[in-house]
Design a binder for this molecule. Structure first.
Ligand code: COA
Length: 378
């Protein structure tokens, strides 16, 4: 029998050099292209941070105007994409997004090129279209017709307009924008790694991002905030938090919104989003009560996890407060992972651009553990 000393799941292995983001898990710090996530989430818009990742610097006024208008012009979907979304009306939004994403190469001038020019064109197209896709799918799911995108609104405000069918609330649009900035990039997470592996074969940007969507979907990555909201709704009162959590752990289940492969302290994005969620709570009593409950459940979960899983350093992760922000904005839990994708897509595109620049195939090895002496005897 061989003893496997290899890190499980590539833990701790450096798979790429990047100028895009740095995750310091011991100290709870996230740097995006030189800036702290707290700074960017408070002071920069989604379009500005996308420019930062794609072009290496925050845009000046004319660069921002250019990028914003290019993204606004690219929001409309082709009939074929709408047809797929109509057919996928009953599918989970993240699956519909994956199917529709694959069609976006049809609108590109040179979909298979891996040049800088082709990558930027594809990055703008995908980032502009993702919210339109999620909104159109949400309308089809309710048996309604999609609402055409508007060019005069920011990406986040236009998304809310297309989903809710009315003038977007400025506070909600700002909250969604800050959420997308907060989740835009995060080191070598599973979906980003997937995108880079695909790009490293000199495959195109649309293929790379379509693969990344498949990786994001799983509950161990982007699929947690829906279950976080289900958990809070199931717990109902703070008195019920402790027995509920103990019962989950006794059944061998994980508490969603806690634990992280890299962060051994509180995820800094949880802090940013808890502040965003707090600002959203004033309007509705239901929101305020949910926020209070979440705070209490968080404290209880941290205490019980520390007691029953000592030494694992299981702390609050980004998904916990994501659930509160997205529900306060008016979205359904089934849409949460697709919302995550609408923010992360700009980061995936930046990584594909960077991987294409580096142009080196990612191809690790495996350790064979099966037999070597079988015979077919045929
Ligand atoms: N609830 C309960 N136990 C948890 C846990 C959680 N949320 N997260 C990890 N653990 C436990 C595991 O059961 C394991 O316990 P054991 O040593 O007794 O077997 C130990 O902590 C280590 O878990 P492991 O799966 O090896 O850690 P990881 O680094 O691979 O896991 C996550 C990282 C995110 C996949 C994991 O923490 C998790 O599943 N969290 C819940 C889902 C979630 O919130 N995902 C969003 C991530 S941003």
């Amino acid at each position: 029998m061989t003893t496997n000393t290899k890190p499980r799941g590539l833990e701790g292995i450096v798979a790429a050099e990047t100028r895009l983001s740095h995750v310091d898990g011991q100290n709870g710090i996230l740097i995006v292209a030189g800036y702290s996530i707290e700074d960017l989430a408070a002071h920069a818009t989604f379009e500005e941070v996308a420019h930062l990742l794609w072009r290496g610097h925050l845009p000046n006024a004319s660069e921002l105007k250019d990028l914003s208008s290019q993204m606004a012009e690219q929001r409309e979907l082709l009939p074929v994409t709408l047809e797929i979304l109509r057919s996928a009306a009953k599918a989970p939004p993240i699956d519909a997004l994956r199917m529709a994403c694959a069609t976006l190469s049809l609108g590109l001038k040179d979909p298979n090129a891996v040049t800088h020019e082709a990558d930027f064109a594809a990055a703008i197209r995908l980032t502009a279209c993702f919210p339109t896709i999620v909104a159109a799918h949400a309308r089809f799911a309710k048996g309604e017709k999609p609402i055409a995108p508007r060019r005069d609104l920011s990406l986040a405000a236009n998304f809310l307009y297309m989903v809710l069918g009315r003038e977007p609330d400025a506070v909600a649009a700002k909250a969604l924008d800050s959420y997308w900035v907060t989740v835009m990039d995060h080191g070598m997470n599973a979906s980003t790694f997937t995108a880079r592996v695909i790009a490293s074969t000199r495959s195109d940007l649309v293929s790379s991002v379509t693969g990344a969507l498949g990786a994001l979907k799983g509950p161990l990555h982007g699929g947690a905030p829906g279950p976080v909201l289900d958990m809070l709704r199931d717990i109902k009162t703070s008195a019920n938090a402790e027995p509920w959590i103990r019962n989950e752990l006794a059944q061998g289940r994980r508490i969603m919104g806690f634990g992280h492969r890299v962060y051994k302290v509180r995820d800094p994005r949880a802090e940013v989003l808890s502040r965003v969620a707090e600002k959203m709570q004033g309007a509705k009593l239901e929101n305020r009560e949910l926020f209070e409950l979440a705070r209490q459940v968080e404290q209880t979960a941290l205490r019980v996890l520390n007691e029953l899983k000592p030494g694992r350093n299981l702390r609050t992760n980004v998904e916990f407060y994501t659930a509160l922000v997205l529900q306060a904005v008016g979205l359904e839990p089934t849409q949460f992972v697709a919302m995550f994708a609408c923010g992360r897509v700009a980061g995936w595109c930046a990584h594909v651009i960077e991987q294409h620049e580096q142009d080196h195939l990612i191809r690790p090895q495996s350790e064979y553990t099966g037999p070597i002496d079988l015979k077919t005897n045929r």
